[in-house]
Write a protein that binds this ligand. Sequence first.
Ligand code: PMP
Length: 365
Amino acid sequence: MIRFNKTLQNIKTYEAGKPIELVVREFGIAPENVVKLASNENPIGTSPAVVKVIKANAIKAHLYPDDSMFELKEALSTKFDVEDNNIIIGAGSDQVLEFIARAVLDEKSSVLMSAVTFAMYEIYAKQMGAKVIHTASFQHKYDEFMEAYHMHKPKIIYICTPNNPTGDATSKEEVLKIINAVSSKTLVVVDGAYMEYAAAKDAEYAIEPNDLLKYENVIYLGTFSKAYGLGGMRVGYGIAQAGLIKELSKMRPPFNISTLSLAAAIAASKEVGFVEESIILHEEQIKRYEAFADENGLAYIESYTNFITYLFDEKLDATEVSNVLLQRGVIIRNLTSYGMNAVRITIGTKKQNDTFFKHFKEVIY
Ligand code: PMP
């Protein structure tokens, strides 16, 4: 029998949102009738201009992509007013998280994160044998972070703002307060996967990579998977001081982004209108989820993201509600595995949300 690395013993495999194909296979529902509100993708889809670029680049599928990713770095450096050598590109920001864990952690290290946050921080840390410390609350509370920081001296602190899967955010002021209070020996990861939504909602929550670039021990992460509508293309980025990027780059395999993904991300990063349109739709539709909760006596967490988290009391069971909805072709995220009797719902198009409310109402009454 193979003796696997002992770090694997206490790792739970990441459970991704359920795909449409599963509902089609298991419940015999036609794909066009399945509503997927489980993975925080952009409900509008991909920008038609970007789709055109992806198609046009298909002819280059036999060629490896430009491994320097010059054009994408140029586009990002213009967008964020940073230098090319401040940027690392990953197959999703997920891969940048992996580079970070591998570059920094070993079995003597610990990492610190909020009680309920993006599951991959813990998985990558555990792969390296590091100890994972959670604060008591899902919110990123300064006092809780400081107490744990002084006790454990973590090598990495993860600040997920806005936070997945809860949807709340931490203000720029609070994030900077945590950063300013820790030694430069601790790497602070500011994960802004949903930042476009928070920035549109409230300027106090908007964090730009440039706000953090003066710190040698801070990295900002962003992604094309959410507001940019490119979840299937797998492109994310990290922005930090050149010295940190240089070390992380040693972990990056060659050609980690496909030719089509690279072309898509370059086109998407130059197109402002699509993100704006996505956010307008989102802001309109999320109000319906808030109103529904208020009208039906459901608690929810105020969201700074493209999803909303409904918190159930003892009258509703998140697993049961999610399963019944799944059988009806509506995929949402059950948060029971995070220790919460709650569900996370990605805000869809008007039509998708109509379908959700129709079924949800029948299921909860
Ligand atoms: N960070 C957070 C907070 C996320 O929610 C996600 C995706 N669910 C990621 C990072 C990774 O995103 P991607 O790999 O698609 O860029």
